[in-house]
Design a protein around this ligand. Sequence first.
Ligand code: UDP
Length: 256
Amino acid sequence: MGENDANITFFKDGLRLDGRRADELRPLKIEVGILARADGSCYIEMGGNKVIAAVYGPREVHPRHLQEVTRAIVRYRYNMASFSVEERKRPGPDRRSYELSKVSREALEPVILTSYFPRSVIDVFVEVLQADAGTRTAGINAASVALADAGIPMKSMISSCAAGKVGGQLVLDPMKEEDNYGEADMPIAMTPDGRITLLQMDGHMTREELKTALDMAMGGCRQVYEVQRKALIDKYNQMEAEIIPDQEQPQEAEVL
Ligand code: UDP
């Protein structure tokens, strides 16, 4: 962020390096229920990001001293695979992954009805397989879908995306080059009715730019929500079709 000594031209004929308009999201693809052993799971592609989320629980808390008598605790582990980035990442947790796990958990916790499950834990694992900036937002989107897939009662879904500033212009959903060499990056997460549960900013923007960037990011979250919703509906429609197959045609009598 802010290391624009690379002198990158971020726009060509009014379009971004990957051909997007300033207010356009990267292609978004969401699949629900991809892991057989998790209670809920999701695979997401947000541009070049490829991320899996797995949810387990509500289940017994280990170690037991962590349990809360009035509610379930939520644990969120964000992990970046060594092979997910250009320069191999050292395996295991680091300062960044602790921070991202914490802010991502805090982005989701307000909508989870934890009081329904005292003394238990809901575990969310997010594995980044390929990173291209915005992995925390992709992880939160996948985790929200995986929580719904696990049947965890929630007040609403959470959708997330970032807005940034590059070459003096505001852009939605920055990709790697824009994130690395741009002037600002602002990831947010919110409920479909516009309640913000995550707001971070790296870099500098004026007050006016901040307002516009926030509107832009909120618009992005609304688009993400539609894709999350459709992915969940598609999964349950498919399940219904499997359970109640179309009226079978009467079988022809067997000729002996
Ligand atoms: N990145 C990397 N190596 C690292 C951490 C990050 O190459 O150890 C890249 C990766 O593409 C990531 C991007 O830098 O998506 C931006 O990272 P940031 O910390 O801003 O988090 P993110 O935007 O992924 O939520």
